[in-house]
Ligand binder design. Structure first.
Ligand code: KIV
Length: 263
């Protein structure tokens, strides 16, 4: 059965955990959804894991469109979420719409936009015009130079308050989902409890509505192996399919991430 926004909303209401992984090509799209993944994210992490760049900043709209088409060609069940690359959504809401529309035409079913309250107008503009948006707060890789590295966000009382306010404003603006990256698990819990849209966590603890990892990280083939929030699911699995199945099973059972993966 095809997973849509309303399927995810039902899962959220029924407190069923949602599973997500990044995906950049047709073969993996088919494999991942045949094992039962709910969301495929065409992440701009493709800049790191496919293109070998140090950051996601060099990923272009053309790259994102190309990989969205590849994933869409291999997918018939999972919801396809696509990252809006750096520079494609920050200028004006109208410009963001024009670029997001190209991603939707290539097969995206929801776009992901990094940024807190500063992006609220854009989230509102897109969502009122038929483009569902997942907002992304906490560690925002596209802002790595401003943040000073890939570090845990929201550790001070002031930062935590700001992130909670951002989350509420983005939901009010029309965000359909909220991704939280590298924030303390207690803060992610508080935000999840405060919102009435599903939250997706990466390095944000067990209390989010959904979990996501970069595919190449959970298969143990990226250079990110040492990061605390990552688990290599290939260990003990005899195939990629089994590794992905174990990931989905652990997410659904509320076993991943464990306390050892949290901040
Ligand atoms: O591009 C990406 O892989 C992401 C992660 C947070 C999953 O945005």
């Amino acid at each position: 059965m095809k997973i849509t926004q309303s399927t995810l909303q039902k899962m959220y209401v029924n407190k069923e955990k949602i599973s997500a992984l990044t995906c950049y090509d047709a073969s993996f799209a088919t494999l991942l959804e045949n094992v039962g993944i709910d969301i495929l994210l065409v992440g701009d992490s493709l800049g790191n894991v496919l293109q070998g760049a140090d950051t996601t900043l060099s990923v272009t709209l053309k790259d994102a469109i190309y990989h969205t088409r590849c994933v869409a060609n291999g997918s018939s069940k999972a919801l396809i979420m696509v990252d809006m690359p750096f520079g494609t959504f920050q200028i004006t809401p109208e410009n963001a719409f024009k670029n997001a529309a190209q991603l939707m035409a290539a097969g995206a079913e929801i776009v992901k936009i990094e940024g807190g309250r500063i992006m609220a107008k854009t989230v509102e503009f897109l969502s009122q015009r038929g483009i569902p948006v997942c907002s992304h707060i906490g560690l925002m890789p596209q802002s790595v130079h401003q943040l000073g590295g890939y570090t845990v966000q929201g550790k001070t009382v002031r930062q935590a308050k700001q992130l909670l306010e951002d989350a509420v404003l983005l939901e009010e603006a029309g965000a359909s989902m909220l991704l939280m990256e590298l924030i303390p698990s207690l803060l992610a819990k508080k935000i999840t409890e405060r919102l009435s849209i599903p939250t997706i966590g990466i390095g944000a603890g067990i209390n989010c509505s959904a979990q996501i990892l970069v595919l190449y990280d959970m298969l143990g083939i990226s250079t990110n192996k040492e990061k605390r929030f990552i688990k290599n699911f290939m260990i003990g699995a005899n195939s990629i399919q089994n590794a992905v199945k174990n990931y989905i099973d652990e997410v659904k059972a509320g076993e991943f991430p464990g306390p050892e993966h949290e901040f």
